[in-house]
Design a protein around this ligand. Structure first.
Ligand code: PBG
Length: 326
C-alpha cells in the first residue's frame, strides 16, 4: 500500500461536533409551514383515517391547537377548509362567512403573530370536486379566474397574510394579483403552487379534504410528472405575473425540480411534502419498519439541500419537537 494516493474525506466525519462544523444544510423550525383542516360544526377533533396524527378541527378546538403550534416555535400555518355545503360554483370558497374565512379571522385574533396562509382553490367547495368551473365536462379556465380572485380577496379581507393559489388554471397569479391590488391588498404576497403535478401522492389529502374529482381526473390542469422543461415554463410565467414564492408539489419525487427552480429564480422556493409522503412514512413507522424521527429529519433536510427554503409539512409539529431536543 506504499505510495497510494487518495483523499481522506473521513477526517471531517470523526466526531459529532466535527460533523456539525461542516454541515451544509440546516433544518429549522421556522422553515416549516403546518397545514390544518378546519370543519364546520362544534366539538369536532376527528383524526383523518389515512393520515394518523392529522385532525379535522372545528373552530372551538382551533385556538388551542394554534397556540400549541406557535408554542412549538412554528410560525406559519396553511389553512384548508372542509365545508358542509358544496355547489357547482364553489360558493363557500368566497363566502364571507365561509369556514376558512371564519378560521382565519379567529386565528389572527387569538394568535396574531402566526402567519396565516390561505390555500386558494375551489375543489373542496365544488360538488364536482374540480378546481375550476365545469362546462360540458370541461374545466373552463378564464371563468374560473374570476372566482379564484374573488376567493383570494375574501381570504385577504378575513386577515390572511399570504394567498396560496393551488388550482393550476393559467393566469391565476395575474388574476389574483389584480384582484388583491384592486381591493387594496397590495402588500399581500402570493405563494403560488407554480409547479403542481397530477400526483397519486395526493390520495390521503382528498380523503381529508373531501375533494376527489367526481368525474375524470386533474390531468387537464395539473402537470405531467414526466416534464421538467414545462415546470420551468410554469414557474417563469408565475414569476412574471407577480408570484412572491414558488411552490413545488409534491416534494419527494420532485426534488430535481426544486433544485432547478432554486438555481433559476430569485424567489423563495417552497416544497410541499404532501399527504401521501406523510402517510407512507407513518404506515411504515407504525409497522416498525423504519425509524420515524430519523427518516423524517433526513427527508426534510434533503428537500432543503435540494433547494427548498421552506417546507409545508404535516410533520411540522413532530419536527419542531425533534429539533428542540437536539
Ligand atoms: C387543492 C389541493 C390539493 C392539495 C393541496 N391543495 C389536492 C389536489 O390537488 O388534489 C394536496 C395536498 C396533499 O396531498 O397533502 N387543489
Amino acid at each position: 500500500m506504499k505510495d497510494l494516493q487518495f483523499q481522506r474525506h473521513r477526517r471531517l466525519r470523526t466526531t459529532d461536533s466535527m460533523r456539525a462544523l461542516v454541515r451544509e444544510t440546516h433544518l429549522q423550525t421556522q422553515d416549516l409551514i403546518y397545514p390544518i383542516f378546519v370543519v364546520e360544526g362544534e366539538g369536532i377533533k376527528k383524526e383523518v383515517p389515512s393520515m394518523p396524527g392529522v385532525f379535522h378541527l372545528s373552530l372551538d378546538y382551533l385556538t388551542e391547537e394554534m397556540k400549541e403550534v406557535r408554542g412549538l416555535g412554528i410560525r406559519s400555518v396553511i389553512v384548508f377548509g372542509v365545508p358542509k355545503e358544496k355547489d357547482e360554483v364553489g360558493s363557500q370558497a368566497y363566502c364571507e362567512t365561509g369556514i376558512v374565512q371564519q378560521a382565519i379571522r379567529q386565528i389572527k385574533q387569538d394568535v396574531p403573530d402566526l402567519t396565516v396562509i390561505a390555500d386558494t382553490c375551489l375543489c373542496q367547495y365544488t360538488d364536482h370536486g374540480h378546481c375550476g368551473v365545469v362546462r360540458d365536462g370541461e374545466i373552463v379556465n378564464d371563468e374560473s379566474l374570476t372566482l379564484l380572485a374573488q376567493t383570494a380577496v375574501s381570504q385577504a379581507k378575513a386577515g390572511a397574510d399570504i394567498i396560496a393559489p393551488s388550482n393550476m388554471m393559467d393566469g391565476f397569479v395575474a388574476a389574483i394579483r389584480q384582484g388583491l391590488d384592486e381591493a387594496g391588498f397590495v402588500n399581500t404576497p402570493i405563494m403560488s403552487y407554480a409547479v403542481k403535478f397530477a400526483s397519486a401522492f395526493y390520495g390521503p389529502f382528498r380523503d381529508a379534504a373531501h375533494s376527489s374529482p367526481q368525474f375524470g381526473d386533474r390531468r387537464a390542469y395539473q402537470m405531467d410528472p414526466a416534464n421538467r422543461l414545462e415546470a420551468i415554463r410554469e414557474a417563469q410565467s408565475d414569476e412574471e405575473e407577480g408570484a412572491d414564492f414558488l411552490i413545488v408539489k409534491p416534494g419527494l419525487s420532485y426534488m430535481d425540480i426544486m433544485r432547478e427552480l432554486k438555481d433559476r429564480f430569485p424567489l423563495p422556493i417552497v416544497a410541499y411534502n404532501v399527504s401521501g409522503e406523510y402517510s407512507m412514512i407513518k404506515a411504515a413507522a407504525q409497522n416498525g419498519w423504519v425509524n420515524e424521527e430519523e427518516i423524517v429529519l433526513e427527508k426534510l433536510t434533503s428537500m432543503k439541500r435540494a433547494g427548498a427554503d421552506l417546507i409545508i409539512t404535516y410533520f411540522a409539529k413532530d419536527v419542531a419537537k425533534y429539533l428542540s431536543q437536539q
